[in-house]
Design a protein around this ligand. Structure first.
Ligand code: SF4
Length: 178
């Protein structure tokens, strides 16, 4: 869900309000937190994971994102969230692309996601990203003939992953920390 655009919104705000992919579990499955951030993040209502030091953070989709972030003014707002900018946003801020161009990348990406969603099987993994990768890996390891729908899923997934990497600068499913 995206939020209404206000007339005073900056181009960056307009872009991110129209997107939200870095909060919704589409680009990332989880977000890294520093050890001192774990308890404050939990107090905000984030689903904190802390048992494995290699994966210390909170899971996506973020429960505090509802078209806009509900806690970005909080003193406990995580550092990763404060600092993260995908390449589309960076290019917009650098004036390397216009707002309409940036919005068109987001719309194309959302269209791909909408096409893939019905081809994904139900899964206990909650983020779109986890579901996408799990299903892709299962199909690729399966060693049997793919159905037409599975072929279509793999084709669209390849296009989405290329878009994530080439347009958003995201080539890893794991997390973000910068
Ligand atoms: S930083 Fe990028 S991915 Fe995140 S909401 Fe803004 S445009 Fe979308």
């Amino acid at each position: 869900m995206t939020k209404p655009i206000k007339s005073g919104d900056s181009p960056a705000n307009i872009l991110c309000k129209s997107c939200g992919l870095c909060c919704s579990g589409h680009l990332f499955a989880w977000v890294r937190l520093n050890a001192p951030e774990l308890d404050p993040a939990q107090s905000l209502g984030l689903n904190v994971i802390r048992n494995d030091p290699r994966q210390r953070g909170f899971t996506q989709p973020c429960p505090l994102w509802d078209g806009v972030c509900a806690v970005y003014t909080s003193p406990h707002y995580p550092r990763s969230c404060k600092t993260y900018k995908c390449n589309v946003l960076r290019q917009l801020l650098d004036e390397a692309i216009s707002l309409p161009e940036a919005l068109s990348v987001i719309q194309e990406t959302l269209s791909l996601i909408r096409e893939i969603e019905p081809l994904l099987p139900a899964s206990k993994a909650i983020s779109f990203r986890e579901r996408l990768i799990t299903h892709k890996e299962e199909l690729e390891a399966g060693g049997k003939e793919h159905t037409a729908s599975e072929h279509e899923f793999l084709r669209l997934t390849e296009a989405l992953l290329t878009c994530y990497e080439d347009r958003f600068g995201v080539d890893d499913f794991i997390d973000y920390e910068k």
